[in-house]
Design a protein around this ligand. Structure first.
Ligand code: SF4
Ligand code: SF4
Length: 362
């Protein structure tokens, strides 16, 4: 059984004080290596998204790490899909728009892409049919003496729920590895599609994988980077993900997270902010109105336990009237028509952690 420390917003309305308590009570503050780089891994929000982790929380974590003698930097990787974060330059501009600049963060911001030094790590163990055989992780992350995986808990269109495991798996790897995971969610043109032949999907496809043949799109599989742009933008909903794609993606996520962690030798801790629990992820703009009241902050050394606790805490939190017709258990998974516990079950079988946890209030 793993311990998950929990700071509840119901009991105390000062979350910054809560972060201090969580770092102190966990003992992680004492583990931060003096004078060594400390990565704070987070998603800084898509341009137009307003539910990502607010900069003030990140600054607080930066200040704690500095106070304990570490040299923090904010870290993320570029997006695989067309967006305001799919190059370093665009990501840094979006981060600045969202309030993350060196002066406010109190630390440098490091964004990596596939041109940076990457280390290949094999997926050594498979407990379910997984598409990913090798992951590539930026060396700057693997060489950090410690890592704080700072995750916003929210829904996700494909995984149902996004927390620490998803932050590790999709956030800490190269685009090549992101694509390997997203092979599961390759959009397919529906046989009964009511396609108008507008060509929007072909125009928007970032790799020119789609051509219109007699007014209907055809996808060249070899060119596809599985970004799902065609799926999301088609006004007639002509594209679908394969049957079981959402669960398969979660299998890929868990295996990727496992490989990432197998290549890391430093100290690592997980902080989940269970607030602004929007139905969609921080990559989406807008990501929708929150579905439950703000819950609190969780801290653990176990990524599986903290995500399971987060799912349970979301399920126990009062639903905001009118926000969703879905109901617990697995509220966020239900919103997205999947079982979002798949990622946790696979991660547990891969021995990344346990879904059995003890919640300890701070
Ligand atoms: S965007 Fe949709 S409706 Fe337009 S051509 Fe593509 S599949 Fe057809
Ligand atoms: S075909 Fe669709 S999923 Fe593939 S690259 Fe083009 S827009 Fe992305």
């Amino acid at each position: 059984m793993s311990q998950v420390l929990f700071f509840s917003y119901e009991k105390d309305s000062d979350p910054l004080k809560g972060l201090d308590k969580l770092f102190a009570k966990s003992g992680f503050a004492d583990m931060i290596p003096e004078g060594k780089p400390a990565a704070i891994k987070l998603h800084m929000g898509e341009l137009g998204n307003i539910r990502y982790i607010r900069p003030v929380f990140v600054r607080k974590v930066v200040d704690i790490v500095k106070r304990e003698g570490g040299r923090p930097f904010l870290f993320d990787t570029v997006a695989n899909y067309p967006s305001a974060r799919n190059t370093k330059r665009k990501y840094l501009r979006t981060a600045a728009m969202n309030g993350f600049v060196r002066a406010s963060a109190g630390a440098p911001i490091v964004i990596t892409d596939d041109g940076d030094d990457l280390r290949a790590i094999p997926v050594r163990k498979q407990v379910a049919d997984c598409d990913v055989t090798e992951v590539k992780v930026p060396s700057v992350l693997l060489e950090s003496a410690c890592v704080v995986v700072l995750s916003h808990v929210k829904g996700h269109e494909m995984a149902g729920f996004g927390g620490a495991l998803k932050n590790l798996a999709m956030g800490c790897v190269s685009n090549e590895t992101k694509r390997a995971q997203h092979l599961a969610t390759t959009p397919l043109f529906k046989a009964d599609a009511d396609c108008s032949g507008c060509g929007d999907c072909a125009d928007a496809c970032p790799t020119d994988a789609i051509t219109l043949v007699e007014g209907k799109p055809q996808r060249a599989a070899a060119k596809c980077i599985y970004c799902s742009t065609c799926y999301f933008l088609c006004p007639s909903h002509c594209w679908a993900w394969p049957e079981g794609a959402k669960e398969k993606l979660q299998v890929n996520l868990a295996h990727t997270a496992s490989a990432v962690l197998s290549g890391y030798r430093g100290k690592i801790a997980y902080v989940n902010l269970i607030q602004d629990v929007a139905p969609d992820c921080d990559c989406v703009a807008p990501s929708g109105r929150p579905v439950v009241q703000d819950v609190g902050i969780a801290f653990s050394f176990d990524p599986v336990a903290i995500d399971k606790a987060s799912v349970d805490l979301v399920d126990k939190s009062p639903i905001i009237p009118g926000s969703t017709s879905a109901r617990p258990p697995d509220l966020l998974g239900k919103i997205h028509n999947t079982n979002s516990l798949v990622q946790l079950e696979i991660a547990e079988r891969l021995k990344l952690g346990t879904t059995q946890y003890r919640l300890v209030s701070v």
